[in-house]
Ligand binder design. Structure first.
Ligand SMILES: [Cu+2]
Length: 280
């Protein structure tokens, strides 16, 4: 940074001003990126601790949106969220209910059978979040510009959660690929994994191997601080290895920012994915 300033010191005033403008634009950009990284994460959790899965019997789950794993913090806008059970490779959408008391969305699914694992998903079609001359605003670039605002950066934040419940040693359901833009696919059956083992995953970004950061944590690891995970690794050629260090409800997370935008609406797309499963 010091070198950068020195380099331009002798230049004419106008040039220096321009350089500084660029520098501040870059600074704002860094802050925008930083704020995206810490946005709410989308997860799914059973509503009751001692839930039982039986064919034909409704069971309650929640969609959570929060900065801590896994402490509900915000009721997402219902219209932007879809959630339910996967049956024959398709999402059977549940009716979503805002739960203002517990700060989550409630939904019920009815499994057709209880032999294999239940696969649930929640999807949030993200809003465009714009950094403007009047601060952060929800809304597309064109929409805010029409109101006379200057938009520095508009980002769309899409989120995907996939959860595996009731997996057994014989189960094959856990391998399912839902073809979500950013998807974490287990290479191990959670039922076969014990504390001390590696849980291996394949991560696909638009169908291609993802190379990037991967975080993992489990329910109860840290409840005081936001964005605090038990484990960090980086996926290489789409594969990541998570060492399981405790029993319980785990979440593995991947994040990809800076994807191409949609002219006029958003400049960049950010994808977040969470895979949730239980380790006995
Ligand atoms: Cu947030």
């Amino acid at each position: 940074m010091a070198k950068f300033i020195k380099l331009n010191f002798n230049l004419k005033d106008g040039v220096v001003t321009m350089r500084f403008k660029k520098f501040f634009a870059a600074l704002v950009f860094v802050l925008v990126i930083a704020s995206c990284v810490s946005a709410h994460e989308l997860t799914i959790k059973p509503k009751h601790e001692n839930y039982k899965i039986k064919a034909g019997e409704p069971i309650e789950f929640t969609v959570q949106s929060a900065h801590k794993f896994i402490v509900p913090e915000e009721v997402e806008v219902l219209e932007r969220v879809k959630a339910g059970i996967i049956i024959n490779n398709k999402l059977e959408e549940s009716k979503l209910k805002a739960n203002d008391k517990d700060l989550c969305i409630d939904f019920t699914v009815t499994p057709k059978d209880d032999k294999g694992a239940l696969i649930l998903t929640a999807i949030k079609d993200g809003e465009t979040w714009s950094i403007t001359n009047e601060g952060g605003k929800t809304g597309a670039r064109s929409e805010l510009e029409a109101k006379g605002l200057k938009v520095l950066r508009a980002t769309k934040n899409d989120k995907y959660a996939k959860a595996i419940f009731n997996s057994s040693h014989e189960d094959k359901n856990y391998k399912i690929i839902l073809n979500q833009p950013l998807e974490i696919i287990p290479l191990n059956n959670p039922a076969d994994i014990k504390v001390g083992d590696y849980f291996n995953v394949k991560i696909l970004l638009n169908g291609q191997p993802y190379s990037g950061p991967v975080w993992a944590t489990y329910d109860g690891f840290v409840t005081e601080y936001e964005n605090t995970y038990a484990y960090y690794t980086e996926a290489e050629n789409g594969e990541a290895h998570i060492k399981i260090t405790a029993p319980g409800f785990w979440g593995v997370r991947a994040y990809q920012g800076g994807l191409p935008g949609n002219a006029g609406d958003y400049d960049a797309l950010t994808l977040r994915a969470f895979l949730l499963f239980e380790i006995k």
